[in-house]
Design a protein around this ligand. Structure first.
Ligand SMILES: *Cc1c(COP(=O)(O)O)cnc(C)c1O
Length: 342
């Protein structure tokens, strides 16, 4: 299935295209050479995110992957270790970048059924004071995790462990704004316990490119040096940052619409025997089914212009700016037709 044949695109919230208004803001952006610190629009975006998150500083980077890598490299030196979930994006979905480019070893921890990591398991995995071990330097959490909002009290509990052991504390908050909209919580309070937080502008917020890493000034300064080393120093990047500023202004509160549509999809899909739907917290919906059913349903949806991802036994549906109520209805109509005819 190519993008051209997809009418209803639920593959990811990264597929959004900038609106006319966002493009106009980008075209009008004041720019300068950001490697010299001269781009006023990038500077404004960094200041705005730092203020919103209550952190000392922030840095605009090309991707969430680079943002997480920079965070880990700020917390760790060569041969150090980070603790993260077995399915954490920064462990499993970033090409091993921390190990390859940062010489940082991962210590993955199994997730519990609710998506959290057992604080006792985290604490047991912390290593120090023995030459056999890589030295643990940072704990990295992810929230939302697979679209699920993990408890704020749990983050605070892990923060206490990090503090007790003198470790850094990083949040992969690619979709932190989705969590905050769901919780009705200020992002500042949500990310309070963390030394660094990575936020994607190019997911549900609808900007075409970019993430921001916010955190303690010394860590962000190190990240700025490493961003240059990794080839992430961009020049007139204000064109891109303007899309991010526009997104922060216009596309945060409306994430509630994505959450509402994910729920509408969930309710529509749950009407069918054979589809085991997990009610979504935010904009990502997981649907489990027997493999045999998936092997027929997923290609059928592809043939009928409905884009999703996942394995045959588990589908992932993601709502975003570019799917409206009509898209939800259209996709559900295709699913209904499948079950009528099969
Ligand atoms: C998408 C995502 C990233 C990485 O962002 P890219 O811009 O795709 O590199 C990191 N963490 C999580 C949880 C994500 O969903």
């Amino acid at each position: 299935m190519t993008a051209n044949t997809i009418r209803f695109d639920f593959r990811s919230d990264t597929v959004t295209r900038p609106t006319e208004a966002m493009r106009a803001a980008m075209a009008a952006a004041e720019v300068g050479d950001d490697v010299f610190g001269d781009d006023p629009t990038v500077n404004l975006l960094e200041q705005r995110l730092a203020a919103m998150t209550g952190k000392e500083a922030a840095i605009f980077v090309p991707s969430g992957t680079q943002s997480n890598l920079l965070a880990l490299m700020s917390h760790c030196g060569r041969g150090d270790e980070f603790i993260a979930g077995q399915n954490a994006h920064c462990y499993k979905f970033e090409g091993g970048g921390a190990a390859v480019l940062g010489s940082i070893q991962p210590q993955p921890i199994e997730h519990r059924a609710d998506g959290t990591l057992d604080p006792a398991a985290i604490e047991a995995a912390i290593k120090a004071g023995d030459n056999h071990f890589a030295t643990t330097r940072v704990i990295a959490l992810e929230n939302t995790y697979g679209g699920r909002v993990l408890p704020v009290a749990w983050m605070a509990e892990v923060a206490e462990i990090a503090r007790r052991h003198g470790l850094g504390f990083h949040l992969d908050g690619a979709r932190a704004f989705n969590a905050c909209v769901k919780l009705g919580m200020d992002i500042r309070d949500f990310v309070m316990p963390f030394d660094t937080v990575s936020i994607c502008l190019s997911k549900g917020l609808g900007a075409p490119v970019g993430s921001v890493l916010a955190g303690r000034a010394d860590l962000i300064e190190t990240a700025r040096r490493n961003r240059k080393m990794l080839g992430g120093g961009m020049r007139q990047a204000g064109i891109l940052a303007a899309g991010g500023l526009y997104a922060l202004e216009h596309n945060v509160a409306r994430l509630a619409e994505d959450h509402r549509r994910a729920r509408a999809l969930a309710e529509g899909l749950a009407r069918h025997d054979g589809l085991r739907v997990t009610m979504p917290d935010t904009n990502i919906l997981w649907v489990d089914m027997d493999r045999e059913l998936g092997e027929r349903l997923t290609p059928y949806l592809a043939e009928h212009g409905v884009g999703i991802t996942g394995r045959y036994g588990q589908q992932r549906w993601v709502t975003h700016l570019d799917v409206d109520d009509a898209a939800v209805e259209g996709a559900l109509a295709a699913v209904d037709a499948f079950f009528r005819n099969n």
